[in-house]
Design a protein around this ligand. Structure first.
Ligand code: FAD
Length: 402
């Protein structure tokens, strides 16, 4: 019998961890491994708000796949996945097709506008390196253009951000650092540039306790962020967000939507049963009825048996699922028993710019301010280590030895 072929879709947190672990556990005689990704690099999705604000260089948030995966052991294909033909175990790519015996589906998230009219057409979204870099460049262009134009419209300097979840708040935290820098660079009075966060729910950052949320909100307000909480966005036009029952227009030169994500649309193209934009998987990380397909990270809902609710979709979860899926594929290849995923919660830390943040860490301890910001760098470097190893942390990590 020919050796089994394991195909991994996506070189994000889940896919890259799965690939590296498969190569550690399976000999070349035991299985062929193929990794398919849109780009020839991995990027840290959890750092994209910094790329989008222009507070880090896009190259710090990415590294080449060949730096961490041995191309002699893993066949690397850089192409766009368009569909999985499950009935004949084939993956359709833009430029070719690949068959599989075992499949890891880890294509991550896309932005979800929840049908708000005009959002997809008129707002930027933080989804990958290219879209994030574009936002940073657009913001800088607005400041440069304003500075050089005779007739000045101050709303050109307004940045409006829809969504007060993790991404939206971490992004405005970075903007609170970046905007004063841009004002200085382009000789603009700081009071003319606004950062406005709009959230429909009664509070921002629902994953944190009220005291941490209050700290974070106050800290951002002190640094010039305005909040419009409990304010639903009715529409997004070229000029800005239309909000509230009186259809007020918040005009802005930069409009960014961070209010929702869903699993990659290749899931629905491939005929998976969808639930709220993702696929439900069992604790073995396979959708019901699938023997050889594992769906991971932001593409799936994995139910927490303790709470009866799905685990929150995070980088942390994706990394752990990648490792478990690899172990289960190894078990299937060796005719052993697959085992259940057990989530290990390492805590949650949100940055509010370079030197501020809030967080819950391991033992239920709460952190805020500089301690949380330092902890966030530890968390970021840990995740970089898990996907890229020690050399990558030395090259791209946030705690620099020199
Ligand atoms: P990803 O890491 O997104 O990887 C998906 C991969 O698939 C990418 O390499 C992509 O290029 C590739 N791909 C996509 N479509 C195709 C296609 N059609 N063909 C080929 N390749 C394709 N989580 C935390 O735990 N902590 C945080 O602090 C945190 N902060 C965040 C901040 C921001 C700004 C954002 C956007 C997210 C944040 N998250 C955080 C969430 C976290 O980033 C995601 O949960 C995590 O990235 C999911 O991992 P994944 O492996 O499922 O997908």
């Amino acid at each position: 019998m020919s050796k089994p072929k394991v195909v991994v879709l996506g070189a994000g947190y889940a896919g890259l961890v799965a690939t590296r672990r498969l190569t550690q556990q399976l000999s070349a005689e035991e299985a062929e491994i193929v990794l398919i990704n849109k780009h020839n690099y991995h990027y840290e999705s959890t750092w994209l708000h910094e790329v989008a604000a222009g507070t880090i260089n896009p190259n710090q948030a990415r590294f080449m796949l060949t730096d961490v995966v041995n191309p002699k052991r893993v066949r690397l294909i850089y192409d766009n996945v368009t569909e999985v033909k499950r009935e004949d175990k084939r993956v359709v790519l833009e430029n070719s097709e690949v068959s599989y015996d075992y499949l890891v589906f880890a294509l991550g998230f896309v932005s979800n506008s929840f049908g708000i009219p005009g959002m997809e057409e008129n707002a930027y979204a933080i989804t990958d390196i290219d879209s994030s870099r574009l936002i940073a460049e657009h913001i800088e262009y607005q400041f440069a253009q304003y500075s050089s134009s005779e007739e000045k419209h101050d709303e050109q300097l307004t940045i409006v951000v829809g969504g007060g979840g993790f991404t939206g708040i971490e992004f405005v935290g970075e903007l609170a650092d970046k905007v004063p820098e841009l004002c200085k660079k382009y000789d603009i009075d700081r009071s003319k540039a606004k950062i406005i966060n709009v959230e429909a729910m009664p509070s921002i950052l629902p994953m944190f306790d009220d005291d941490l949320v209050a700290y974070g909100k106050q800290s951002l307000e002190n640094r010039g962020v305005e909040f419009r909480i409990g304010t639903a966005i009715k529409e997004c036009t070229e000029e800005g967000f239309v909000v509230g029952d009186d259809h007020e227009l918040i005009k802005a030169g930069t409009i960014v939507w961070t209010g929702g994500v869903m699993g990659n649309p290749v899931l629905s193209e491939s005929g998976f049963d969808m639930f709220k934009g993702k696929v439900n998987v069992g604790l073995d990380l396979r959708p019901e009825g699938e023997e050889s397909i594992f769906v991971l990270g932001d593409c799936s809902w994995t139910m927490d048996p303790e709470s009866g609710k799905p685990f929150p979709p995070t980088g942390q979860l994706a990394v752990q699922e990648g490792a478990k899926a690899a172990d289960n594929i190894v078990a299937l290849i060796r005719d052993e028993v697959v085992t259940d995923f057990v989530y290990s919660d390492k805590g949650t830390v949100a940055s509010l710019g370079l030197s501020d943040g809030i967080g819950n860490v391991l033992d239920g301890k709460k952190l805020s301010g500089k301690a949380a910001a330092a902890m966030k760098k530890v968390v970021d470097d840990r995740s970089l280590f898990l996907v890229g190893g020690a050399k990558t942390v030395l090259k791209k990590g946030k705690f620099r030895p020199f």
